[in-house]
Design a protein around this ligand. Structure first.
Ligand code: CMC
Length: 428
């Protein structure tokens, strides 16, 4: 039976259906609110209570620490699937058969060239430019080489745009890093797997043959899977809302990259390492920084701790913590910054302040540690997040377009001046 929510405004009653998701989540359907009430709207800055869409891609339960893509738990996917399978799963809804995966991989590889003229655009950026700004611009520039909106009534056109961006995005991300490091641009090697090839494109030396490292590739694969989707977060909502104007896929993604850049979102992994480095430079006294984080008069927060949605534990952090330990011991990394990280986590996990507020290390705490151990420059961390989030953005964009969702256009409550008469400049 459909449940009904009743709203009373100035003695008038209005009824709205309550919709139920497959995991029994309830949502009041207020689509007719303005029409029924003669213009009353809702106000919810930050959309903390607003469901912007119905989606069949990702389910998360912050209280229970559950994260699932298309019904499959993140734990199982991280252990048993590879990133390309997860890309297919997120975008098309089902795990691929071997034939489907082989075709997907082949189609991506066929699109893995980037127009040589893109190099001129990359060349125009100063070396000091932040890689996220460069990546967002290059993704936007791709539109000029692949113009037009995607015909969403054509499965072929959708597929074509999707494999193109999955193929070219890692090239652009790797080039962004190589330009900063003054290394010649590398097109990778199509005989390698998707993640291995990404690693080669980032790290190969012009005078040395590339040697794959299984530990490094497995850790990267897992990191990309863990970041692949997180339902209606800031960058994903951005991708959906830009796409809702029927802007093309690449334009929507470029906007998503900009949204991810911020330190409150994808930029937190960079902030974690910067914080650890600052602690080391200040003598490595973790107790001092734990005290600062607890001090209400000090704005300092322990970066990489706490989460808006996960209040018991971040399931991604649990998986990545194990992976971080494996990578550090397998690669025999000794790094004082990583020792500070371990020290902070040990103290914070036992400290009443953190325990009572349910502040645990989040995914960004450990991902930053692994990226550093793998030799990825700090300002590339958020680019790694973007590489992982790419299939999620694509899946959400595709879902939004296939469902023929209307253009995103929130309302507001105006709090400015009422009508007033114009005063000529001579009288002001
Ligand atoms: N260090 C010290 N105290 C903290 C921290 C922290 N990292 N996070 C929260 N608190 C305290 C906060 O001061 C407050 O204390 P009190 O109740 O005494 O006033 C309490 O814990 C609740 O904090 P809140 O700000 O209401 O919690 P929130 O859910 O609004 O914020 C957060 C979540 C992630 C923004 C916050 O925990 C934070 O700023 N963490 C550090 C930044 C970070 O690591 N961000 C990455 C998040 S994961 C990335 C992703 O999934 O996209």
């Amino acid at each position: 039976m459909t449940k009904i929510a009743t709203l009373e405004i100035d003695g008038n009653k209005y009824e709205f259906p309550i919709i139920k998701g497959t995991e029994d989540e309830l949502g009041i359907d207020i689509k007719t609110l303005r029409a029924d009430t003669g213009g009353v709207t809702t106000i919810d800055p930050g959309y903390k209570n607003t469901g912007s869409c119905e989606s069949a891609i990702t389910f998360l339960d912050g209280e229970k620490g559950i994260l699932r893509y298309r019904g499959y738990s993140i734990e199982e996917l991280a252990e048993k699937a590879d990133f390309l399978e997860v890309c297919y799963l997120l975008i098309f809804g089902e795990l691929p058969t071997s034939e489907q995966l082989e075709k997907f991989d082949k189609d991506i590889k066929e699109e893995s060239q980037v127009d040589e003229d893109m190099k001129k655009i990359l060349d125009g950026f100063p070396k000091s430019a932040h890689p996220m700004g460069v990546l967002s611009s290059l993704t936007s520039a791709l539109i000029a080489f692949n113009p037009g909106s995607v015909d969403v009534d054509s499965e072929e056109a959708m597929y074509d745009a999707i494999v193109k961006i999955l193929a070219k995005f890692p090239v652009l991300a790797a080039w962004t890093m190589r330009k900063k490091k003054s290394l010649p641009l590398d097109y990778g090697d199509n005989s390698l797997g998707y993640v291995e090839n990404l690693h080669k494109m980032m790290f190969s030396k012009p005078n040395q043959s590339y040697e794959a490292n299984k530990i490094v590739n497995d850790a990267l694969d897992k990191l990309l899977i863990l970041h692949a989707d997180h339902e209606q977060n800031c960058s994903t909502s951005t991708v959906r809302i830009v796409g809702s104007s029927h802007a093309g896929l690449f334009a929507s993604l470029s906007a998503g990259i900009s949204a991810l850049w911020g330190p409150l979102h994808g930029g937190a992994n960079q902030a974690v390492i910067e914080m650890l480095e600052a602690i080391r430079e200040d003598g490595g006294d973790t107790a001092k920084y734990i005290a600062k984080a607890k001090d209400k008069n000090d704005p300092f927060r322990l970066m990489g701790f706490g989460h808006r949605v996960y209040k018991n534990f971040d399931p991604r952090a649990k998986i990545i913590k194990k992976s971080a330990e494996e990578v550090l011991s397998d690669l025999g990394i000794e790094d004082p910054v990583l020792d500070i990280a371990k020290g902070l986590a040990e103290v914070a996990l036992k400290d009443d302040y953190f325990v009572q507020r349910k502040l645990y290390p989040n995914v960004d705490f450990y991902s930053g540690i692994i990226y550093r151990a793998l030799g990825i420059p700090t300002d590339m961390f958020t680019v790694m997040f973007a590489l992982g989030r790419l299939p999620g953005w694509i899946a959400q964009w595709r879902e939004m377009r296939l469902r023929k969702e209307p253009i995103g256009r929130p309302r507001q409550i105006y709090i400015g001046e009422n009508h007033r008469k114009f005063t000529a400049i001579t009288n002001r």
